[in-house]
Write a protein that binds this ligand. Structure first.
Ligand SMILES: Nc1ncnc2c1ncn2[C@@H]1O[C@H](COP(=O)(O)OP(=O)(O)O)[C@@H](O)[C@H]1O
Ligand SMILES: Nc1ccn([C@@H]2O[C@H](COP(=O)(O)OP(=O)(O)O)[C@@H](O)[C@H]2O)c(=O)n1
Ligand SMILES: [Mg+2]
Length: 224
């Protein structure tokens, strides 16, 4: 933070990202709404790289970084880590991926995340996928997640729900007012949710071809 070397590295990273002109989809939704699960499906079928902000922060703790203790404490409390830390990790991961299509999962989680990402990277998301799920269902899923996460306990889960309502929903409202939100009913089984997700990512010409085939079938039936 603040050194000449850091500033140069930041400039270099931004320059390269701007050159990349990446396609970015933000994947948002409450804790346990199924963001990670559905992103894995999209990666397999649509060639995106999945970047989970939470996973990047957890990897940063494990790496022994100087920010590790601060990040760990924030996650245990369900609080949102300062944007500059998370954005730096996202930028690095984007540049290292060799891809130009990204699902950014769990980010932006508050207004500070959103505004800072826009200011630093100049990237506008193509759209925002919003997994809408009841707290009751999310709580059930988080308590059954079994990934040994320090924040999947009832006390921290309640805090994360509050942060989601107070800080993350306004970000979704912001993108909604720009017509960018694609809302998915995420309370259904995984396969059903993915059917809705797939329909959003399927290339337009595939949808048009689907309509053409249906029309051809009707015409053939009509002439028979
Ligand atoms: N549609 C679903 N129905 C039931 N369980 C689900 C569904 N989607 C995900 N899960 C499970 O719920 C837990 C949380 O899912 P995850 O994808 O990690 O959510 P998020 O990244 O939004 O916190 C995981 O144990 C996952 O296997
Ligand atoms: N943009 C983000 C994303 C996550 N985080 C932190 O990481 C925690 C876990 O995020 P996550 O996305 O892995 O959690 P889930 O929504 O997947 O359950 C959050 O509760 C925050 O403490 C953050 O500070 N900033
Ligand atoms: Mg997740």
């Amino acid at each position: 933070m603040g050194t000449v070397v850091d500033a140069a590295a930041k400039k270099e990273a931004n320059g390269s990202l701007a050159d990349l002109n990446p396609t970015v989809v933000f994947v948002l939704g409450g804790p346990g709404s199924g963001k990670g699960t559905q992103c894995a499906n999209v990666v397999q079928h649509f060639g995106y790289t999945h970047l989970s902000a939470g996973d990047l922060l957890r990897a940063e703790i494990k790496s022994g970084s100087e920010n590790g203790t601060m990040i760990s404490n924030m996650i245990k409390e369900g609080k949102i880590v300062p944007s500059e830390v998370t954005i730096k990790l996202l930028q690095q991961a984007m540049l290292e991926s060799g891809n130009d299509k990204f699902l950014i999962d769990g980010f932006p989680r508050n207004e500070e995340n959103r505004a800072a990402f826009e200011a630093v990277t100049k990237i506008e998301p193509s759209f925002v996928l919003f997994f809408d799920c009841s707290e009751e269902e999310m709580e059930r899923r988080l308590l059954g997640r079994n990934q040994g996460r320090e924040d999947d306990n009832i006390e921290t889960i309640r805090k994360r729900f509050n942060v989601f309502l107070e800080s993350s929903l306004p970000v979704i409202d912001y993108y909604n007012s720009k017509g960018k939100v694609r809302k998915i009913d995420a309370g259904r089984p995984v396969e059903e949710v993915y059917e809705s997700v797939k329909a959003i990512f399927a290339p337009k010409n595939e949808k048009v071809m689907g309509h053409c085939h249906a029309l051809m079938k009707c015409l053939i039936l009509f002439w028979m």
